[in-house]
Write a protein that binds this ligand. Structure first.
Ligand SMILES: NC(=O)c1ccc[n+]([C@@H]2O[C@H](COP(=O)([O-])OP(=O)(O)OC[C@H]3O[C@@H](n4cnc5c(N)ncnc54)[C@H](O)[C@@H]3O)[C@@H](O)[C@H]2O)c1
Length: 345
C-alpha cells in the first residue's frame, strides 16, 4: 500500500487526484497540505488522513509519494523539496514555468532516484493511445501536417477560488495563461502522437479578451497561435484558447500522405480516418473529458503503477521537449521571430 499526500487541495485535487487515489486499491490517502490550511483540514475531515500546516513536517511523516496540485510557479520548489525528502512525485502540468526550473526538477529526480511523473493526461486518453498506434502503423501514411486545438471559456469558473481574481490570471503565480494551461497539453500530445519533437516555432501569444477584477486585460495570455515545425519535417498548428465561449474544443487532425485522421473532432466518433482512396473508418473509443464532465483521467492509476514498477509512466524527462517548445513559443511571440530549438532536433 502506498501512503500518499496531497499538496494543494484545490479543484484538480478534488475532482481528479483524490477520487482516483480513493478508487485505487494500492493507494492510501493519508496527508493533506494547502496554503489555505482550513481547506486542507476540510478535505482531511471529508476523506480521512491528517491536515498539516507545515509542509516539511508532512514530507517527513513517512509518505511514499505526493501529488503536487498547486499554482504553476510553485511546482519546482515543492517537487524538488518532496524528491529530496525521499518521496516519489506526481506533479501537475505545466511541469514548471521556466526552462531552468524544468531542468532542476529532472536533475532532482535523477539525483534522488525517485519517480517524477508529470500529469500530461492527454497521453492516457483512449483515442490518443489508439491514434498513436495507428499513425505508427502507417494508416494515414507519412504525416505532412496537423492542427491541434484546446480551447474553452477560461479557468475563472473552474478554480476552487473562482472569479476574475483567480491565480490563473496572475502572472506571478501562473507565469503563462492559456499557453501553459492548455497549450502544454497539445504540444506534449503532438510529440506523443507523432513520436516527434517541435524543432522550431513561430507564435503569436496574445491577450485578446480576458479582464481582471479591475476591468484591465489580464497579465497572462488568453490565446496562443503557434506554428510548429517538427524534427521529422511535418508542420502544423497548435491553438490554445481561454476565449471559446461555448462548447470546449479539444480536437486534433493529422494530415498524412494516405489520408486524414480526426481525433475528438467528430461529434459521434472519437476517431475518424478518411483514406485517400475514399475509404472511411470510424472508431468509438471514448469521449474526451471536459471541465464540466470529468471522467477518470487514468493519471493516478498510471502513477501508482509507476510506483509498483519503479518506472514513471510519463517521466518528467519525456515532457522536457514540449516544455522547450512552450518557452520557445513565448520567445517567438515576444521577439516577433521564428525560434529554433536545436535540442529538439
Ligand atoms: N491535468 C489537467 O488537465 C489539469 C487541470 C486543471 C488544473 N491543472 C493544474 O493543477 C494545478 C492546480 O490547479 P487547480 O485547478 O487545482 O487550481 P485551484 O485554484 O482550484 O487550486 C489550487 C490550490 O493550490 C493551493 N496552493 C497554491 N499555492 C500553494 C502552495 N505554494 N502550497 C500549497 N498550496 C498551494 C491553493 O490554495 C488552492 O487550494 C495547476 O498547476 C494547474 O495547471 C491540471
Amino acid at each position: 500500500m502506498h501512503r500518499i499526500g496531497i499538496i494543494g487541495c484545490g479543484k484538480i485535487a478534488q475532482v481528479r487526484h483524490i477520487p482516483e487515489y480513493e478508487a485505487n486499491k494500492d493507494a492510501e490517502l493519508v496527508a493533506f497540505y494547502d496554503i489555505n490550511h482550513e481547506r486542507a483540514k476540510e478535505i482531511a475531515r471529508k476523506h480521512g488522513g491528517k491536515a498539516y500546516d507545515d509542509l516539511s513536517e508532512m514530507l517527513s511523516s513517512g509518505l511514499d509519494a505526493v501529488s503536487v496540485c498547486t499554482a504553476n510557479t510553485t511546482h519546482r520548489e515543492i517537487s524538488v523539496k518532496a524528491l529530496e525528502a525521499g518521496l516519489n512525485v506526481l506533479c501537475e502540468k505545466p511541469m514548471a514555468t521556466t526552462l531552468e526550473d524544468v531542468i532542476a526538477m529532472t536533475e532532482a529526480a535523477q539525483r534522488t532516484g525517485k519517480i517524477l511523473m508529470i500529469g500530461q493526461n492527454q497521453r492516457l486518453l483512449g483515442a490518443h493511445i489508439r491514434a498513436h498506434e495507428m499513425i505508427k502503423s502507417g494508416i494515414i501514411g507519412r504525416v505532412i501536417s496537423f492542427r491541434t486545438v484546446f480551447g474553452h471559456g477560461g479557468p475563472e469558473t473552474w478554480s476552487v477560488d473562482p472569479g476574475k481574481n483567480t491565480w490563473f490570471f496572475d502572472r506571478s503565480k501562473a507565469a503563462m495563461g492559456a499557453m501553459a494551461d492548455l497549450g502544454i497539453h497539445k504540444t506534449d500530445l503532438i510529440d506523443f502522437l507523432l513520436d516527434d519533437r517541435v524543432a522550431a516555432v513561430t507564435a503569436s501569444v496574445r491577450t485578446l479578451d480576458k479582464t481582471d477584477g479591475k476591468g484591465n486585460l489580464i497579465s497572462v495570455d488568453d490565446n496562443a497561435f503557434c506554428i510548429y515545425e517538427m524534427a521529422s519535417g511535418a508542420v502544423g498548428t497548435m491553438n490554445a484558447s481561454w476565449t471559446f465561449y461555448g462548447d470546449e474544443d479539444n480536437s486534433t487532425v493529422i494530415y498524412g500522405t494516405d489520408g486524414i485522421m480526426r481525433i475528438y473532432s467528430d461529434p459521434k466518433h472519437s476517431i475518424t480516418v478518411e483514406k485517400h482512396d475514399g475509404e472511411r473508418y470510424y472508431f468509438d473509443i471514448d469521449r474526451i473529458q471536459t471541465n464540466d464532465a470529468q471522467t477518470s483521467s487514468g493519471v493516478i492509476d498510471a502513477f501508482i503503477e509507476s510506483l509498483n514498477s519503479g518506472k514513471a509512466a510519463i517521466d518528467a524527462v519525456s515532457v522536457v521537449p514540449a516544455m522547450r517548445a512552450v518557452f520557445a513559443a513565448l520567445e517567438s511571440s515576444e521577439k516577433g521571430k521564428r525560434i529554433e530549438i536545436p535540442e529538439n532536433r
